[in-house]
Design a protein around this ligand. Structure first.
Ligand code: GDP
Ligand code: MG
Length: 217
């Protein structure tokens, strides 16, 4: 039968988002290959990795997308718009304003950003929203990432807030309670992970995939 040629029952697309350096790429390699790297190699181009996991006797293929440096564009847009535009960088009026003010290169940057972002989020059923528990600024960015996510995806997307680098106990800047409270307030899941110590990485991905599985049935 047709099934015999497939290695999975379901294919779920997940996206990893969050500031640069929080550990997205290492969470992905830990999940997909059980590997970790101490050096930070910037992700070039849109990358994804897949892995099959079992949920309720079904095989779910997780296709996980890793950001391709579009963090840069978001940060850029936040800097330029935070004063006047209420962070709404998808507002067409803002784009026209940009063009009118002869901000050509910036405009091009935004167009690229938009094209990449649209492709990135298209069809995503789940998202891991990652911050670094040792850097408060990455936790503050979560609001902006969540807003971007909501702008680009269906309302029923399964979202998990992930506080990564929980192994760096002496450097912690955001408490578990703070992360949990934020997630509860936004009605999203929450977990703390360490890609280095391989702590909760499997659980975080499995929980998101399981919740998607329950929603799609
Ligand atoms: P990305 O920019 O979000 O993809 O972050 P990377 O995965 O490239 O990681 C950035 C840096 O943080 C690298 O030096 C990693 O080795 C380090 N890193 C990632 N995850 C962890 C973790 O769980 N614990 C610790 N201590 N370092 C981590
Ligand atoms: Mg990366």
């Amino acid at each position: 039968s047709y099934r015999a040629y497939e290695d999975h029952d379901y294919l779920f697309k997940l996206v990893l988002i969050g500031d640069s350096g929080v550990g997205k790429s290492n969470l992905l390699t830990r999940f997909s290959k059980n590997e970790f790297s101490l050096q930070s190699k910037p992700t070039i181009g849109v990358e994804f990795a897949t892995r099959n996991i079992h949920v309720n006797n079904k095989i779910i293929k997780a296709q996980v997308w890793d950001t391709a440096g579009q963090e840069r564009y978001v940060l850029l847009s936040i800097h330029f718009f935070s004063a006047d535009f209420d962070l709404d960088f998808f507002d067409l009026a803002s784009f026209e304003d940009l063009a009118r003010k002869d901000l050509g290169p910036l405009f091009l940057g935004f167009s690229m950003y938009r094209a990449i972002t649209n492709a990135y989020y298209r069809g995503a059923l789940g998202a891991l929203l990652v911050y670094d528990v040792t850097r408060h600024v990455t936790f503050e960015s979560i609001k902006k990432w969540l807003k971007e996510l909501r702008n680009h995806t269906d309302d029923n997307i399964v979202v998990m807030l992930v506080g990564n680098k929980s192994d760096l106990r002496h450097l912690r800047a955001i408490s578990t309670e703070e992360g949990k409270a934020f997630a509860e307030n936004e009605n999203i899941y929450f977990m703390e992970t360490s890609a280095l110590e391989s702590l909760n990485v499997e659980n975080a991905f499995a929980e998101v995939l399981t919740q998607i599985y329950h929603l799609t049935r």
